[in-house]
Design a protein around this ligand. Structure first.
Ligand code: FAD
Length: 355
């Protein structure tokens, strides 16, 4: 029997516990600092199943997003979790953005997303009459899903498969005993393997336990959402055209399963407080590509923190970091920003191979 400790019950910890719990010779324990599952970044995102159009080729983000997308749709079908394959439009409103569409299309096909197509103005107007753009790239395999129901199912199946969960585990301390691990929380258990998926705290957890190792640094960025209940009559998720790997601030429009739309996320400094001004940044962003919107119905919704990481100063690392600590049975998952949700089930399979 191999004893495995998972730190963190966000979508990543839960996906890993679900995947590993299918293996009978593993005994799995999940320790979570908060009172509930998925209360941090897992509940503070757009709920988008990304199609994998704009990640750089041969990155983990690229491979794991595309695999994860297919796994999520299958999982949703099997367990009747609400989802809609809405499709996503990358909208070009300027000549420059029209050029981006060709680059995006080539990148998508190179990445293995073969169903993308360029939509010309007439067809675009028929598809989405509320949009202003000249042209768009359609990625039909993007969608939205019920993240709450998804993580609840992962949790339920893990528990059925005898995974033990403990919540409100504060100030977790881990001791190394030769090549194994013991926690101050469960003193009688010796773990053979630790998986650190503590989200924004993951680097701190790793540093506490391996003070002499060099790990990436945190480079957190805040993302703020507004919301409208107005029926904008958009079926697709709408992004502005961009260059692959160059994920700048955009005000995306994403339909919500329960009706209405979320707007954003923006890109803000970590210490930004919600200011009135911000609403106008959103309104101006939206007005660039939408024919009309009722400004009064736009309200602040929520915010999340992108756990970006930096390996070599000053450049930030744009890929997921999933690595074993040298000479130890300890895997760190750092920088699991978007498309972390989409990739969760394939990240779990990737980690399984490391054990
Ligand atoms: C603004 C924004 C929008 C996004 N939109 C999308 C999207 O549309 N689609 C998509 O695919 N991805 C999206 N993402 C990314 C996605 O939300 C994340 O990749 C995903 O939620 C990461 O999950 P996680 O389990 O790693 O982190 P978290 O959900 O943060 O979970 C980490 C868990 O570890 C726990 N923890 C921390 N420290 C300890 C400790 N010491 N001991 C025990 N437990 C601990 C925390 O309490 C938490 O529950 C978005 C992210 C942001 C910020």
């Amino acid at each position: 029997m191999k004893k495995i400790l998972i730190i963190g019950a966000g979508v990543i910890g839960l996906s890993i516990s679900y995947e590993l719990s299918k293996i009978k010779r593993f005994k799995i324990t999940v320790l979570e600092k908060a009172r509930n599952i998925g209360s941090k970044n897992t509940s503070k995102n757009s709920q988008v199943i990304h199609s994998g159009v704009y990640y750089k080729k041969d990155t983990l983000k690229n491979h794991l997003c595309i695999k994860g997308k297919n796994l999520i749709y299958k999982f949703c079908k099997k367990y009747k979790i609400r989802n809609i394959k809405t499709g996503k439009l990358f909208l070009a409103c300027t000549k420059k953005e029209e050029e981006y569409l060709n680059v995006l299309k080539r990148n998508a096909i190179k990445n293995g997303v073969n169903d993308v197509k360029i939509i010309h103005q007439k067809r675009l107007n028929q598809m989405e009459p509320m949009l202003k753009g000249n042209k768009a790239l359609l990625s039909p395999s993007a969608g939205i899903f019920d993240v709450k129901a998804f993580i609840k199912k992962l949790f339920q199946i893990s528990k059925q498969n005898k995974v033990k969960f403990y919540f409100e585990v504060k100030n977790l301390k881990i001791q190394k005993i030769n090549s194994k691990f013991r926690t101050d929380f469960l003193k009688d258990e010796i773990f053979d393997f630790v998986i650190n998926c503590a989200g924004m705290d993951a680097i701190d957890v790793a540093k506490q336990n391996f003070p002499n190792y060099k790990f990436p640094k945190n480079k957190f960025v805040k993302g703020i959402y507004f919301k409208t209940k107005e029926n904008l009559k958009l079926k697709n998720i709408v992004y502005r055209a961009m260059l692959p790997g160059d994920v700048k601030e955009r005000i995306d429009i994403t339909p919500l399963l329960e009706g209405g739309y979320i707007l954003g996320p923006s890109v803000e400094k970590l210490n930004l407080n919600i200011k009135k001004k911000l609403k106008y940044k959103f309104i101006n962003g939206i007005k660039n590509h939408l024919k009309s919107i009722n400004e009064k119905k736009i309200l602040y919704f929520k915010e999340g923190i992108r756990p970006k990481i930096m390996i070599n100063k000053p450049k930030s690392n744009e890929d997921f970091y999933i690595k074993k600590v040298k000479n130890y049975n300890w895997v760190n998952l750092f920088g699991i920003e978007s498309p972390g949700l989409t990739s969760a089930l394939s990240i779990a399979k990737y980690v399984k191979k490391m054990i």
